[in-house]
Design a binder for this molecule. Structure first.
Ligand code: AHM
Ligand code: MG
Length: 338
C-alpha cells in the first residue's frame, strides 16, 4: 500500500486509483463510482455555496416521501447525483431518500454490478440558517441475476457495503469515505477544484468527548435511554461528563465526533417508535465508516451493520461513535430486552 501523509499533495482521483492497484482483480467500476460521486459533490458544493445569494431557498409545495418539506436544494442535489451516476455503466439501480421507489438505470445506458443508496442533502432544513449539510452514500454489489437492479439488491445488511462515505458542505467541503480499508478524508481546494487528501486513515478515539443528542425528546424516551444519557453526562457518578454538542445536521454532528471522539444518538421515542434516521441512507453508511475508524454503531439491540432491512425507507434508532461509549450503550440498553 502506498502511504501518504497529510503533507503530500494527493488528489482523490490519484488516491482511488492507487487503492485500486492493490486489488489486481478490481474492474475499476467501484473507483469510477467514487470519482463520479466526488464530481457530484463539487457540483452540489457550487450550488450550496451560492445558496444565500440566489433566490433559491424556500420550500417547494410538494412533500417528499418522508412527509417532510423538501427544499429546492434537495431536489437539485438529488438530480445532480442521479445524472452524475446513471450513465457510467457501473450501477444497476439507485435508491434515494428523496424518491419513493428505487431509481432504475435508463434503458439507453448500460447496467453495472453495483447499487447506490444516498441521501442527497441531509440536514436540509438547516440550509436557510447556513448550518453545514451533507450528502451520504452507500455502495453494495448487485445480488440478483437480471440485468437491472431490484429492490432485493438494495435491501442488504450494511455488512455487505463495499464503499460508503459522505460529503460535508461545511466551512470547507470534505469528502470522507471507506472501501473497507480505513477511512480517508479529502478537503476540496476551491481554487483548483480538487479534493486533496487531508485526513489519511482517520481513527475515532476509543472514548469520546462529545455527546450529540436532541434532548428535547427526553420526556418520550424509555428509562434505559434516559439512564444512558445521564451516564454520558456524568450525572450518575460513573464516568466523566461528555460535552453536549448538537448541530441537528447528522453529517456535521457525526464528522465532529469521528474526529474528536463521541457519540451521536437518535433513540426511538414514543412519538417516533422507530427513531427518525433511515437505515439505507444514513445509519448503514455511517456505521460502516465508524467501524472502519475503530468505532461502532447499534440500534440498541443489534449492531447496525447486521440488521437486514425490509423496507426502502426503513427508520432505525441510532447510537454511533467511540467504541467504549457504544459498549456502554449496548450494556445499558440491553436491560430493556433482558
Ligand atoms: P433529513 O434527512 O430530513 O434532513 O433529516 C435528518 C436530520 C439529521 O441530519 C439530523 O441528525 C436529524 O434530522 C435531526 O432531527 P431532530 O431535529 O429531530 O433532532
Ligand atoms: Mg437525511
Amino acid at each position: 500500500m502506498v502511504k501518504h501523509t497529510a503533507t503530500s499533495v494527493v488528489t482523490i482521483e490519484r488516491f482511488i486509483i492507487e487503492q485500486e492497484r492493490n486489488f489486481p482483480q478490481a474492474t475499476g467500476q467501484l473507483s469510477g463510482i467514487l470519482q463520479d460521486i466526488a464530481l457530484a459533490g463539487k457540483l452540489i458544493t457550487n450550488k450550496v455555496r451560492r445558496a444565500g445569494l440566489v433566490d433559491i431557498l424556500g420550500a417547494l409545495e410538494s412533500e417528499n416521501v418522508q412527509g417532510e418539506i423538501q427544499q429546492k436544494l434537495d431536489v437539485f442535489a438529488n438530480e445532480t447525483i442521479v445524472k452524475a451516476m446513471d450513465h457510467g455503466g457501473r450501477l444497476c439501480a439507485m435508491a434515494s431518500e428523496e424518491e419513493p421507489e428505487i431509481i432504475p438505470i435508463p434503458d439507453q445506458f448500460k447496467c453495472g454490478n453495483y447499487v447506490l443508496c444516498f441521501d442527497p442533502l441531509d440536514g436540509s432544513s438547516n440550509i436557510d440558517v447556513n448550518v453545514p449539510v451533507g450528502t451520504i452514500f452507500s455502495v453494495m454489489r448487485k445480488i440478483t441475476r437480471g440485468v437491472h437492479g431490484e429492490l432485493e439488491d438494495v435491501l442488504q445488511p450494511g455488512r455487505r457495503q463495499v464503499a460508503a462515505g459522505y460529503i460535508i458542505y461545511g466551512s470547507s467541503t470534505m469528502m470522507v469515505y471507506t472501501t473497507g480499508h480505513g477511512v480517508h478524508g479529502f478537503t476540496l481546494d476551491p481554487s483548483i477544484g480538487e479534493f486533496l487528501l487531508s485526513h489519511p486513515d482517520i481513527k475515532i478515539p476509543r472514548r469520546g468527548r462529545y455527546l450529540s443528542v436532541n434532548d428535547s425528546y427526553e420526556q418520550y424516551w424509555d428509562e434505559p435511554v434516559k439512564a444512558l444519557m445521564r451516564r454520558y453526562r456524568g450525572l450518575d457518578g460513573q464516568q466523566k461528563a461528555m460535552n453536549v454538542r448538537y448541530v441537528g445536521s447528522l453529517v456535521a454532528d457525526f464528522h465532529r465526533n469521528l474526529l474528536g471522539g463521541g457519540v451521536f444518538a437518535y433513540p426511538a421515542n414514543t412519538q417516533s417508535p422507530r427513531g427518525k434516521l433511515r437505515m439505507l441512507y444514513e445509519c448503514n453508511p455511517l456505521a460502516f465508516i465508524v467501524q472502519q475508524a475503530g468505532g461502532a454503531a447499534t440500534d440498541g439491540i443489534n449492531d447496525i451493520l447486521d440488521v437486514i432491512p425490509t423496507e426502502l425507507h426503513q427508520r432505525s434508532p441510532l447510537f454511533i461513535g467511540s467504541a467504549d461509549d457504544i459498549e456502554t450503550a449496548k450494556d445499558m440498553l440491553a436491560k430493556r430486552v433482558a
